[in-house]
Ligand binder design. Sequence first.
Ligand SMILES: Cc1ncc(COP(=O)(O)O)c(C=O)c1O
Length: 482
Amino acid sequence: MSNVKFYGGEQYPVEMHKVRIIQKLTLLPIEDRLKAMEAAGHNTFLLQNADVFLDMLTDSGVNAMSQEQQAAMFRADDAYAGSATFTRLHEKVSEIFGTPYFLPTHQGRAAENILSSVLVRPGTYVPMNYHFTTSKAHVVANGGEVLELIKPEGLEVTSDLPFKGDLDVDALRQLIAEKGADAIAYVRIEAGTNLIGGQPVSLSNMEEVCEVCRTHGIPSVMDASLIADNLYFAKVREPRCADLEIGAIMRAMCDPFDIIYFSARKVGFGRGGGICVRDTAMYQKLRELVPLYEGFLTYGGMSVREMEAITVGLDETLDFDMINQGPIFIDYMVRELERRGVPVVTPPGGLGAHVDARRFLDHLPQTEYPAAALASAVFVASGVRGMERGTMSEQRNADGSEPMAHMELVRLAMPRRVFTLSQVNYAIDRLDWLYQNRRIIGGLKFVEEPEILRFFFGRLAPLTDWPNQLVAKFRADFGDSL
Ligand SMILES: Cc1ncc(COP(=O)(O)O)c(C=O)c1O
C-alpha cells in the first residue's frame, strides 16, 4: 500500500494487491436493516452476516489470504502427531520470534487460558499496559487481578502522542515496591492495544518494561496478536526503527520478552494461535495443558491447512507493503471523519477506525451504553457492522456494580487486504450523515445480560422509539436509495 500523489495534489492510498477471488455482498434496505438489528437485540455480534454489507466487526480470522497462502494449504501434511506442517510452522515461528519452543493453540484466548492457568494464583496481580477482554477474563477466572498501567495520555481520546499504548514504567516499579515481586504473576504487554484504539507500544517501552521484570525475576509476556500494526507504527513513528528492516524490528521487540503469545486470527492472516517460550522449564510446565485443552503438540486445535497458511502469513508480516495496508486505510478513514467533525480516536491506530461514542452521543449517560447504541445506529444507517468497545464490553464487579469503561468506542475494524477505498468512502459518508443526525439516537438497556463476556451474547432494547425515527429521517434525506 502506498499513499500516491494524484494530479490534483491530493494523496490517496492505492492498493498494492489485486482482488482475484470475490464474495458478493448485499445492501439491504434500511427498514430490513432495522428488523435485522432488532432480531439481534441491538448487539452487532448477534447479526447474521448475510444481513451485513461491510463487516467491520473485527479483524479476527477475516483477513484476506494471499495466493501464496492458498497454494501452501494444498501441501498440508495431515497427521495427528509429527506433522511436517507443524515443523514448518515451528521453524518459521522460531525464525521470526527468535524463541526455541512453540506451543500451538486453536486461537489467542486458548494461549491466555494456558498462561493464566499456569502463572496466576489467587491473590496475584497481572499488570498490563491495557487489558483485552479475554486476557482479563482468564486472569480473573484464575483468581488474579488485572492492573492497568497505561500512561495517562493513553486514555486521552485525541492526542498527538505516537505511542499511546506505552506502559507507565514508574508505576510498574512502584507497584512492585508496594506488592512485592512474588505477588506479580507476570507482566503483560499488548503490542497494539485493542480496547483503546489499536494504539501502538514503542520498542523502547518494551525494552524498559522487560528490564524491570528481569531485575525482579517477574515473567514478561507479550501479546503479539496485533504486532503487525505495531511493527508498522514503530517503523514510521519511532526514529530508531526508521532504517531497520521489519524483521529486525520484530526481533528487537521480541528479544526482551520471556514469553510471546499470539492470535493467528490476526497476525499471520489465518486462524489459530500459539505460545513462544524461551525457558525449558517454563515450556515443560505450559506444555502439560496443550493436549488437555487444545490437541496434540503438533497441531494444538489448528487444522493443518491453517497452519500452512499461517507459516506463509507470518513471512508476509515482515513485508512492509503487506502490513501497511490496514494502518494506511485506517489513517485515511480517521482523517476523513475528523475533517467532517466526527469524533474519532487520534492519532489513527491499527486494527480499525475508532469513533468516540461519548462525544458523538454526548446527550447519553454511560449507563445507557452510548457505544452500543451508536454501533446499532451505524448498522441501521449503513449496513456496516462495527463493534461496541465500551461499558457493554466490561464485566460487572463481584458485588454486582457496573464499572464504567474508560472509553466508549465504536470500532470499525479494517480486516487486512479486504475492503476497497470506495467501500471505506461509503462508510465515511454514512457516519457523516449519522453525526449530523446524532440527536435522534437514544440509549439502550440490557434485556438479557450474561455474567461473563456479556458483550458477546447480551441482548438490549432501545429506551425510546429512536430506531424508527432514524429510519424515517434516512428516508426523508436519501429517498429510495439504499
Ligand atoms: C490483543 C488480543 N489478544 C488476544 C485476543 C484473543 O485472540 P482470539 O480471538 O484468537 O482468541 C485478541 C482477539 O481479538 C486480541 O485482539
